[in-house]
Write a protein that binds this ligand. Structure first.
Ligand SMILES: [Cu+2]
Length: 495
């Protein structure tokens, strides 16, 4: 039995605690009570709707699930960062400070802002230094996130916690009856899987195979907690899910088998709610879901990662490496009758636009290649790092691959030959036309900025933001180990 299996079930968790020497069998019950099942805690809100904000990268330690303290990083706290609340139609000054030992950037994942306001790889902030940006918020209500993006160290630094949520509000969203009281009926859920050593300390020491096929944790944490419990009024509850894992996709469902109601994807709300029994959330992607707690308690589950139909090497390797066959509980949702439900009626319409764009601009084709060939095998044997590419070229900070007019709507084909890669574009949004030879799934419809490429995906891409001199936008694989290994390119835009 591997450690992941042990961590996945409560009774075997007790067995693990007992055998790991952390606790004796006699008091295992108490310790297990501390390990999981705590009340869900949300990141603090940082209200940036009307005034400037400050985000400081900070290092410290965090106890995950009652284990030994782990070295972590966060913004304004020691793990993850506050939820930045923005309002459409504002222009918000943001001060970013680096209080950690290594360089950081702050990329606004999902915000179509000029590259001068974004935090791509060219905007490193040295330890002790700071950077001021102004954030023009012109896009619709949505759930986004921010994270560090320094080339070559994005995976370890995001794993350590340099990430946080963003909520954009606008009048269109406010005009619909939806749960929106933060921490009451509206929950930000930042998902990260972690590996633990025998003391329960989160570690990140990916081997060659982890880098090639994607790092998999022993347990999936929600806002840094193992299987927390969220109490909410007996009405509609809104879950804003963000996959902040370095490489694990999560196949989400409810334990009861009841459907979720999908209301939003990466770039905002859909045009109408859609009932879905499962949602596949790849790294970088977000969804907004409604769960009806009038139907009683339920659990948010993630299916085992080897049975997700990822295909190719990932599915194969997952099976070979003995992944679980069962599902993991992420969160228990409990109706709380001491609170009155704000929303009990499912909205019929939502304000998002899903009208297909023409994509009459340039056609481009991208081949994402993790380099399963002999060169990376030799590099691995010599103790080196693999080199990964897009169209045969690894990322270079001084190379710009192409240039696009702002406002262009282009047709992009992205190909992933050997395993599924989540493809993300800065400064742009897109509609998924086809993925893996089929129509997009419900959670792939609407405007997106990240898509899990299964074989071949066709995208209608809208280039929305401008680059400034020396600060191109990047497009890359959101398996952060792949991005760090070079699966990233750059483009500029002109007005
Ligand atoms: Cu990849």
């Amino acid at each position: 039995m591997n450690r992941r299996e042990l961590l996945m079930s409560g009774s075997s968790l007790l067995a693990w605690l007992a055998t790991s020497g952390l606790v004796s069998a006699a008091n295992a019950q108490t310790a297990a009570g501390q390990m999981d099942g705590e009340e869900l805690s949300l990141p603090p809100l940082l209200d940036a709707r009307s005034g400037p904000i400050r985000l400081e990268a900070t290092a410290g330690t965090t106890v995950f699930a009652g284990g030994a303290p782990s070295s972590t990083m966060g913004f304004n706290q020691t793990y993850l960062g506050p939820t930045v609340l923005l309002r459409r139609g504002t222009n918000i000054p943001v001060r970013i400070e680096n209080g950690v030992n290594g360089p950081i950037t702050l990329h606004w994942h999902g915000l179509t802002v000029p590259s001068s306001a974004d935090g791509g790889p060219g905007t490193e902030i040295a330890p002790g230094a700071g950077r001021d940006v102004e954030l023009p918020v012109s896009q619709p209500a949505a759930t986004h996130w921010y994270h560090t993006h320094v080339h070559g160290r994005t995976a370890p630094d995001v794993y350590a916690g340099l990430a946080g949520a963003v909520i954009i509000q606008d009048d269109d969203e406010a005009g619909i009856e939806l749960p929106r009281t933060y921490g009451v009926d509206d929950f930000v859920l930042i998902l990260q899987d972690k590996r633990f050593d025998s003391s329960g300390r989160a570690v990140y020491e990916p081997g060659m195979m982890d880098v090639m096929h994607g790092f998999r944790g022993d347990a999936i944490l929600v806002n840094g907690q193992l299987r927390p419990i969220a109490k909410a009024p007996r009405g509609l509850t809104r879950l804003r899910l963000i996959n902040a894992a370095t490489s694990s996709p999560f196949d989400l469902s409810l334990e009861s088998g009841r459907p979720f109601v999908l209301i939003g994807v990466d770039q905002g709300l859909l045009d109408a709610p859609v009932a879905v029994s499962r949602v596949l959330l790849a790294p970088g992607e977000r969804v907004e879901l409604l769960v009806d707690l009038r139907l009683g308690e339920d659990r948010l589950m993630a299916a085992s990662q080897s049975s997700m139909g990822m295909g190719g090497m990932m599915g194969g390797m997952g099976g070979m490496m003995g992944s679980d066959d069962g599902s993991a509980v992420l969160l228990t949702l409990v109706p709380d009758d001491s609170q009155e439900a704000a929303v009990t009626t499912m909205p019929e319409r939502l304000p998002g636009s899903m009208v297909a764009i023409a994509a009459t601009g340039a056609r481009r084709r991208f081949l994402l290649d993790e380099g399963m060939g002999p060169m990376n095998m030799v590099r691995g044997l010599l103790g080196g790092s693999p080199v990964m590419t897009i169209n045969g070229k690894p990322y270079e900070i001084d190379r710009v691959d192409f240039s696009i007019p702002v406002g262009a709507q282009e047709h992009w084909t992205v190909v992933a030959n050997q395993m599924a890669h989540p493809f993300h574009v800065h400064g742009a949004k897109f509609q998924v036309l086809r993925n893996g030879g089929r129509e997009p799934r419900p959670e792939e419809r609407g405007w997106k900025d990240t898509v899990l490429v299964n074989g071949e995906v066709e995208l209608a891409v809208s280039i929305d933001a401008e680059t400034s001199e020396g600060l191109p936008f990047v497009f890359h694989c959101h398996i952060l180990e792949h991005e760090d290994a070079g699966m990233m390119g750059q483009f500029t835009t002109q007005v």
